[in-house]
Design a protein around this ligand. Sequence first.
Ligand code: PLP
Length: 258
Amino acid sequence: MLHERPQVLVIAGLDPSGGAGIQADIQAITAMGCHPLPVISCLTVQDTVNVLGSEAVDAQLIRRQLQALKADCPIHAIKTGALGNAAVVQVLAEFLAQMPGVPLVLDPVIKAAGGGELADESLWCTMRDHLFPLADLLTPNGPELCQLGDSDNTEGAVARLMQTGCGAILATGGHGKEALISNRLYQPGQPVQTWQLPRVGGEYHGSGCTLAAAISAGMAKGQSLPAAIEAAQTFVAGSIEHALQVGRGQPVPDRVAR
Ligand code: PLP
């Protein structure tokens, strides 16, 4: 007998170290019980230390991939990561306009943890203007929130990003220095919801991708946003606990650890 699983369309970049990007997404979405439909937005030159280069996939090829999937497969949630260039973002915006009601988790990837750039200004401005209004959830880390919200102050940056029309913002605290990591969920007209987790210490390559992908899987399964966030945080904490030493740089969360 054939089975079905909720399906998550994921558009993200390839990190050949297997730490971040679409491999992280595929592993996290699969581990959370969903079937990923992966579309690669860019190919990076990268190791566990840093990004050394990135090339976007041709936007028209991505358009054809998205249309082929839409015509064939039920899509229960969509998750985006690094997007390559502004042309890919435009294609994605046109596609998403045809997918009303499908939850969209948008991880606004700008830089790798090692500092390497994954988005130029035209990309992140296009993303902010054309994709944020369509997103149910943005998952910026601290530096991304400051840059996109144009403020060093979290509340100011959140207020600015809310004006784009996005549904909610999960400001993640993994890049801070406090003993506890605070992840804060902002939703218009609702009190801020905060989760605190012990900081293990150090940076883990692909932890942001893993979190956003796991949340998208929860949403594909029909969970509420807070329930999906809670389950995803537990999943990330477990995969960090079992992190793998892959190269000389940051350890990689083990998303298939048992
Ligand atoms: N997407 C790609 C292709 C990447 O290479 C990276 C970081 O290197 C990211 C996303 C973001 O990774 P993180 O989950 O560490 O924020």
